[in-house]
Design a protein around this ligand. Sequence first.
Ligand code: SAM
Length: 304
Amino acid sequence: MGNNNSSLKHKNKKIETNKEIDNKTTELEEKKELKYYIPNNYDDIDRVHMFHFLQRYIFQSNFSSPIEERLMQEKCKVLDVGCGPGTWLLDLANKYEKCVFYGLDNNPIFPNEIKPGNLNFIKAGMFDGLPFPDNEFDFVHQGFVLFVVKADQWNFIISEMIRVTKPGGYIELLEPFSSFRGFGPIVRKIHEAHLASCSERGVDMKVLPNLDKIIKSNQQTPIVYKEERFFISGPNGGKVGTAHEDIYVGYHDNDAAMENLSPILGISKEKYKIMITKDLVEELKHTSPEFSLLRFWAKKINNN
Ligand SMILES: C[S@@+](CC[C@H](N)C(=O)[O-])C[C@H]1O[C@@H](n2cnc3c(N)ncnc32)[C@H](O)[C@@H]1O
């Protein structure tokens, strides 16, 4: 995993912080094909917040790396890559007051003013290399970037996360997955359309369960742990299922999703709307589609 020069690349890199959020759209508006996958308005941001609390409930924790004691006792530095509105960071910054937190995203939807003093946000693109020196952070986290990372970019982004982590520190990734078990025809169609749309952009979701292999291929993270938690979406999945259904339906019931998915599904926008708001909701009452959340974590060793 060659990335030895990447820290040098950042020496002259301009870092912008805390840019004002545009309520309606962000500058990513110009990247039309990604609108569906990137939070762009307050509804999208609400869903990202909800997903954070859902994953925390499912795992009963905010992370799986064994770093809690260190975060409680030491002045650790923590980075979240592709932090979105910063929900994970806000949760942690309030709890681990001695630590300093950094969120990085190229779409500045993070809060500018109302945030804890130990939390900083940086506007930067993760594919340009992380704008930090080597061995800087005790903990480097990334969550739910599956729709924006192309299959051939995972190696680079993971090697960057490892590079900026201190020896003895941890990296951790969180991604959702599904192997289609229990899917009814509507969820299956939506999921397949979604996969096709991702695949057109070079994003391959089949990579996700194998992220441990990519992490392991780096000499500095030879041991990788993986934890998968399964849940059913919809009323048959209890409280978690109902919460996931709200997020799932909301995620697909909007103009960006409709514009992106209705042509792939070969149906009109009107039919798409009915499919999501009526047929999908009805199907979920009678089926038990299984989804899962995957966490991967590894300690960086000093192999110099
Ligand atoms: C689905 S959101 C996840 C947000 C957050 N990690 C969470 O779990 O709540 C994906 C995030 O990746 C960000 N992103 C996409 N491309 C990026 C890039 N090239 N550099 C940095 N962030 C990027 C998007 O702006 C978005 O906020």
